[in-house]
Design a binder for this molecule. Structure first.
Ligand SMILES: [Zn+2]
Length: 95
């Protein structure tokens, strides 16, 4: 399954609810899920970490649907096989 297909699946399951909740509410859910991912990582519970990653990508897809962004296109346009900052296929940025 590609990112585009995953986003389409999330649209089928949740768009009727996501569109009513709107951008701000959906963004808020995404932030909450990122927070929960951080907590799961701190606790080191691999099953919980896996579930929180799933929630984060699900809410990211929901938010993209609400605001009309094609996640796969956006990701692959910016990260087209190289670092968008230094332009190298293996990042050589100095932080
Ligand atoms: Zn770089």
């Amino acid at each position: 399954m590609h990112i585009k297909e995953f986003q389409g699946m999330m649209r089928k399951i949740y768009f009727h609810r996501d569109s009513k909740r709107g951008m701000k509410g959906t963004y808020s859910w995404l932030v909450d899920e990122v927070q929960e991912l951080g907590e799961a990582l701190e606790q080191g519970d691999k099953k919980a970490v896996s579930e929180e990653f799933a929630d984060v990508i699900a809410w990211l897809a929901s938010l993209a649907n609400v605001v009309g962004i094609d996640l796969e296109k956006a990701a692959l346009t910016k990260y087209a096989g190289k670092c968008p900052k230094c332009g190298k296929p293996r990042c050589e940025c100095t932080f």
